[in-house]
Ligand binder design. Structure first.
Ligand code: 4NP
Length: 158
């Protein structure tokens, strides 16, 4: 990566209302605390919730840990995102398959699972979809996303 280039990261889940908005909020806070200047956004492989704010349960859980979801609005991932983002990070393997199918052959960035940045504990794992489950699911999402965020920050710094 060029030294003068501001790194950019796109987090992608299915609906862009639970996991990827949480990743956006957590990574924004932790990158800022680490003094990293990064462009950050999130999107969904589905468009059903386009224009909606994040799920209230995801925001409640994240805000209890001090994260800020202000200004977030769901959108669908698009081909142009591969021109904008150095890292396109999927929350699960289904999202990753969808992204691999739409990735331009010329994409030279990193497309992969977000949890692969977590280190041994979560490598290769999906962030489980919390949408149809109970409140503990949102805590699990936060725990996994916090670990992966710290690993990604270390990677971007290196
Ligand atoms: P997300 O969760 O992919 O983490 O935003 C979901 C949100 C909505 C739906 C599924 C998952 N849905 O089926 O509407």
């Amino acid at each position: 990566m060029r030294q003068d280039h501001k790194p950019s990261v796109l987090f992608v889940c299915l609906g862009n209302i639970c996991r990827s908005p949480t990743a956006e909020a957590v990574f924004r806070a932790r990158a800022k605390a680490a003094g990293l200047d990064v462009e950050i956004d999130s999107a969904g492989t589905g468009a059903w919730h386009a224009g909606e704010p994040p799920d209230a349960r995801a925001m409640d859980a994240g805000e209890r840990r001090g994260y800020d979801f202000t200004g977030q609005s769901a959108r669908a991932v698009e081909g142009l995102d591969f021109a904008r983002f150095d890292y396109v990070l999927a929350m699960d393997s289904e999202n990753l398959a969808h992204l691999n199918a739409m990735k331009p052959v010329t994409y030279s960035g990193h497309l992969g699972l977000f949890c692969d940045f977590s280190g041994a504990q979560d490598t290769g794992r999906d962030v489980p979809d919390p949408y149809y489950g109970g409140p503990q699911g949102f805590e699990t999402v936060l725990d996994m996303i916090e670990r992966a965020s710290d690993g990604l920050i270390a990677k971007i710094r290196s």
